[in-house]
Write a protein that binds this ligand. Structure first.
Ligand code: BG6
Length: 514
C-alpha cells in the first residue's frame, strides 16, 4: 500500500507529508520511563499533526497491575510533563480512546495468547488491518523472551489471509559486546526477517543528523573538499550536563563507550564519512555506512593507551548546581572503573580519509550540553600573511551543531577594516530556529513514523551493528587487559580530563571547546 499523503500547512507554504498506514503499536515495557518521556509524547504529537492514520491503537504491556483508564490517566500526566506541545483537549480525547493496557509478565507464556486476543479486538474496533509494530522498550534482558513468545504463536507473520505486516522495533542497548549482539541478532533472525526489524538509534531521527547528508550531497561546494587533501581532522563531541543520577544501576554496567559511542556517535561518524550513496533508500544508504565502518582501522587491545582516554567525573558543579562525584552516585559501585567520559582517536583506511584522524569524545557532567561535528580544514600556506596574523592564521572550521541551538557555522579569516592588513577569524552562522521559525520535531516522532511507513533507512542494520561492536569490542578488551584500579578524574562541570587535552596536544591539535 502506498502511504497516503495529507496536506500539512507549514509556515513557508503547503508541504506534502506522508501519513502512516493503519496499525496497532504494542509497547512492551509500557510503564517505563521511555514510554512516558518519549514514545507517548511522540505518538500524541503525530496524532495532533494528523500524521497517524485514524485507524490506530496502542496496547501497552507491562507487569504492573493497571486498568485501561489508569494507563490513560498516567499517559496524560506524562504528556503534560514531556510533550513538546500543550495538550489539546479534543486531540487528547480521541487519542486516549485508542490506548489499551495489558497486564502481564513477559516471561509468562500466558501473556502471548492474551496479546493475540487483544490484537484481534483492536483490529475489529479500530480497523487496523492486522498491521502491527512490536516495540521493545523493556530492559534488554527481556528481549529474547519476548521475541520467542511472539514467535511461538506466529505473531510475527501476516494473518491467515496473508494480510497485515508485522514489524519489531528494538531499543538500545542492543547487546553488551560483540558476542551478545550477535546472539541477539541470531535470536531475532530466528523469528523475524531482517526487513521486519527496526533497531532504533534515536540520534538518526534528529533533524540535524539527517541534515548531514543533505548538507554534504545537496551542495556542490563541499563534496570536492570533503577529503584528506583539504581536511586536517574531524572532531565529534557529545557533551552532556546531566550526571548519572538515578540511572546508576544501568550506567555502571555500561559506560560512555557502550552508551554513546558504539551507537549514536559512530552513526553520526558514518554519515560524515561515508561515500555518496547512489540512492536514498534504506539498503543503499546502509551499504555505504557499512563500507565506511569496515574501513575504520581497528584499535588493537594493546594500543588503547595511545588512542583512548577514559575518565570519571569527580564532585563539582554543573550549571551552578553542586553534584557528587560518579563514585558517590546511588547504585554505583564505589570502586567502579566504568567511564563517564571517553575520547577516542581513529583512522579510516580508504582513499578519501587516508591519514585524517577522527576524534570522538563524550561525557556526562560536563561544562555544557553540546553535540557537534567539527571539520577542521588544513591551513593555507603561511607565506602571504604571516607577519599580519600574529604568527598564525586560524584554520577554517565547519561546525555542524546537532544540539542545542541547531545549525551550521563556517569560520573563516578576514581582514580587519583599516589601512594595515590585520587578520581575524569571523563566523558565518545559520540557525534552524531563526531561519525556519518552526519547532523541530522530536527524533522519536520521525522514527516511529518511518517504521509505520516501512522505511528503515534511519535504523541500524544487522551487519552495521555488528561492525560497530567489533570495533568497540577490541577497545573494551584493551581496557580489560589494562586492569586499571582507578580511572582518571575530571571535575564535574568542566570539559573533561586533562589526559584528553594531552592526547590532542601530542598531535599538535586541540579540542574546539576546552
Ligand atoms: C541515550 C543514553 O541513548 O542517549 C543516555 O543512554 C544519553 O545516557 C542520551 O543521555 C543522550 O541523548 P540526547 O538526545 O539527550 O542527546
Amino acid at each position: 500500500m502506498t502511504p497516503q499523503a495529507i496536506e500539512n500547512p507549514l509556515r513557508e507554504g503547503i508541504r506534502l507529508e506522508a501519513a502512516a498506514e493503519p496499525c496497532v503499536m504494542v509497547i512492551f515495557g509500557a510503564s517505563g520511563d521511555l514510554t512516558r518521556r518519549k514514545l507517548m509524547p511522540a505518538l500524541y504529537n503525530l496524532t495532533r499533526e494528523q500524521r497517524l492514520s485514524s485507524a490506530f491503537a496502542v496496547i501497552g504491556v507491562a507487569r504492573r497491575e493497571k486498568s485501561d483508564e489508569g494507563f490513560r490517566e498516567e499517559m496524560r500526566q506524562a504528556l503534560a510533563e514531556f510533550s513538546r506541545s500543550r495538550i489539546d483537549q479534543n486531540v487528547w480525547e480521541s487519542f486516549a480512546k485508542k490506548l489499551y493496557y495489558l497486564v502481564g509478565d513477559f516471561s509468562n507464556p500466558d501473556i502471548y495468547p492474551k496479546l493475540k486476543e487483544a490484537l484481534a479486538r483492536c483490529d475489529l474496533k479500530h480497523g487496523t488491518l492486522a498491521n502491527c509494530i512490536y516495540y521493545l522498550s523493556t530492559p534488554p534482558e527481556a528481549y529474547q523472551t519476548i521475541i520467542e513468545g511472539l514467535g511461538h504463536l506466529g505473531l510475527q507473520r501476516p494473518g491467515l489471509d496473508g494480510k497485515g505486516w508485522k514489524r519489531i522495533v528494538i531499543e538500545k542497548p542492543f547487546g553488551y559486546d560483540l558476542a551478545s549482539a550477535r546472539e541477539l541478532n541470531a535470536k531475532v533472525a530466528a523469528v523475524f526477517e531482517e526487513s521486519q526489524v527496526y533497531r532504533i538509534d534515536h540520534y538518526l531521527g534528529k533533524e540535524t543528523v539527517q541534515n548531514i547528508s543533505v548538507f554534504r550531497f545537496a551542495n556542490g561546494m563541499f563534496e570536492p573538499v570533503w577529503n584528506h587533501k583539504y581536511i586536517d581532522h574531524v572532531q565529534i563531541t557529545a557533551a552532556e550536563e546531566v550526571n548519572v543520577g538515578s540511572r546508576g544501576g544501568y550506567y555502571d554496567r555500561s559506560g560512555a563507550l557502550r552508551d554513546m559511542i558504539q551507537n549514536h556517535m559512530l552513526q553520526v561518524f558514518a554519515l560524515v564519512a561515508m561515500e555518496p550513496p547512489v540512492a536514498f533508500d534504506a539498503d543503499t544508504v546502509r551499504d555505504e555506512k557499512q563500507k565506511v565502518f569496515r574501513a575504520i582501522r581497528q584499535i588493537e587491545p594493546s594500543e588503547v593507551a595511545n588512542y583512548m582516554v577514559r575518565a570519571q567525573y569527580a564532585a563539582g558543579s554543573v550549571a551552578g548546581k553542586k553534584i557528587a562525584g560518579y563514585l558517590q552516585e546511588p547504585d554505583v559501585n564505589s570502586e567502579s572503573t566504568t567511564e563517564t567520559y571517553a575520547a577516542i582517536k581513529f583512522f579510516v583506511d580508504n582513499w578519501r580519509w587516508s591519514g585524517v584522524p577522527f576524534y570522538i569524545r563524550t561525557g556526562k557532567a560536563m561544562a555544557r550540553r553540546i553535540t557537534e561535528v567539527v571539520i577542521e580544514f588544513k591551513r593555507p600556506p603561511q607565506i602571504l600573511f604571516e607577519e599580519h596574523a600574529a604568527g598564525h592564521i586560524d584554520p577554517n572550521l565547519l561546525v555542524l551543531r546537532i544540539q542545542p541551538d541547531e545549525g551550521i557555522s563556517i569560520k573563516s579569516d578576514v581582514k580587519l577594516p583599516g589601512q594595515r592588513i590585520r587578520i581575524r577569524p569571523v563566523t558565518m552562522d545559520f540557525r534552524y530556529g531563526s531561519s525556519f521559525g518552526v519547532e523541530i520535531a522530536e527524533a522519536y516522532e520521525r522514527l516511529i513514523l518511518d517504521c509505520m511507513l516501512g522505511d528503515s533507512t534511519l535504523f541500524t542494520r544487522r551487519d552495521g551493528l555488528e561492525k560497530t561492536w567489533e570495533f568497540v569490542g577490541k577497545i573494551l578488551e584493551g581496557w580489560r587487559q589494562q586492569n586499571l584500579k582507578r580511572l582518571p578524574q575530571y571535575e564535574a562541570g568542566t570539559w573533561g580530563p586533562v589526559e584528553a587535552q594531552e592526547m590532542m596536544g601530542r598531535d599538535g591539535r586541540r579540542w574546539r571547546r576546552n
